[in-house]
Design a protein around this ligand. Structure first.
Ligand code: NAG
Length: 332
């Protein structure tokens, strides 16, 4: 076991040197090795050697899947291809949450994809909540430098004890460093990994101006290259810890290399359209972990309400699930 850990660490350093991304080549799993269907009956289809999943939204229902294990820290990844054409109101989420275990003080780490009217592009949003801090959204939004409906692109979340890093095609786009001032707002309890497609008509595009148009249904999101690399913990354990080989991988990968950091800064400069750190309509003072960058502040000072008008915590599992999950939390 110890040998294996050392070996993984060695491999981490090795691949880190090549790619600038310090994780070993991680195994791609079959759907049923790591996941189960969450909702949506026939609207979830596993195919392609059991390694790919098709999630559909039609007038009947959305669909989604959830990891079989709960994880304390990990690297969670999927290649995703989004529905083409008119997609206003459609929301696809790839996220970690423990909302079903902790109604009042849940944690969450989100990638959300927001559809759009024809001719306007998909937007990505990232967000985190810790210990029920749902009144403090930490959203960032980006436009994309590629067409996410044309090909698969890899979206990944690294969650270690000290960092949360969001990646697109293995390039970091956001780094959240745990600070003392964040207190419980940094997600720190075990979570499940979810992927869902659902109808966000009420809020997703221009605050609900453009709802889902089922004339264009079915909306299909495709997932493949599923990676789950973390500390699966026993849900009954009171004080779980992450101490297997993955913990060391995650610690190492949390240190963004110089070249990766340059790429991240460049992507953020070109593509970030909103950050909670500069939204003075919501937060009179920037939240404590925000490191205000004057250039960014100038560019993002203006609140960008055009994308969509709210941040609901409900409905992401589809209408029929809205009572059982995230029941106690409401939008900002
Ligand atoms: C999380 O919330 C619970 C319940 O509100 C509280 O007792 C606990 O101290 C909080 N944990 C942290 C780390 O802030």
């Amino acid at each position: 076991m110890r040998f294996l850990t050392r070996f993984l660490v060695f491999m981490s350093l090795f691949t880190g040197l090549i790619s600038g991304f310090s994780l070993p080549k991680l195994p791609i799993i079959q759907f049923d090795e790591g996941y189960s269907q969450l909702f949506g009956d026939q609207n979830l289809i596993v195919h392609g050697d059991e390694k790919s999943v098709r999630l559909t939204l039609d007038e009947r229902t959305g669909s989604g899947f959830v990891s079989n294990d709960i994880f304390l820290n990990g690297f969670f990844s999927s290649s995703i291809k989004l529905p083409a054409d008119y997609s206003a109101g459609v929301v696809i989420a790839f996220y970690l949450s423990n909302g079903d275990m902790f109604e009042k003080n849940h944690d969450e780490i989100d990638f959300e994809f927001l559809g759009n009217i024809r001719g306007r592009e998909w937007r990505i949003q990232t967000n985190i909540y810790g210990n029920g801090s749902t009144h403090l959204g930490r959203e960032e939004r980006y436009n994309l430098w590629f067409d996410p409906t044309e090909d698969f692109h890899q979206y990944s979340i690294l969650w270690s004890l000290t960092h949360i890093i969001f990646y697109v095609d293995n390039v970091p786009i956001r780094e959240v460093k745990r600070t003392a001032s964040m207190g419980g707002d940094f997600p720190a309890k075990p979570m499940s990994l979810y992927a869902t497609i659902w109808d966000g008509s009420k809020w997703a595009t221009n605050g609900g101006k453009y709802g889902v148009n089922y004339k264009y249904a079915p909306y299909v999101a495709q997932f493949t290259d599923l990676i789950l690399h973390g500390c699966a913990v026993d849900p009954t354990e009171k004080f779980p810890s992450c101490e297997n080989g993955a913990a060391e991988d995650l610690r190492l990968a949390s240190e963004i290399t110089e070249s990766q950091r340059k790429k991240m800064e460049s992507l953020r400069r070109k593509h970030m359209t909103y950050s909670y750190c500069y939204d003075r309509m919501r937060y009179k003072m920037a939240l404590p972990e925000c490191m205000v960058n004057p250039e960014e502040a100038k560019r993002l000072r203006v609140y960008d309400p055009v994308t969509f008008g709210g941040f609901p915590r409900r409905h992401r599992h589809g209408k029929h699930r809205s009572k059982s999950r995230f029941g106690g939390t409401e939008s900002v």
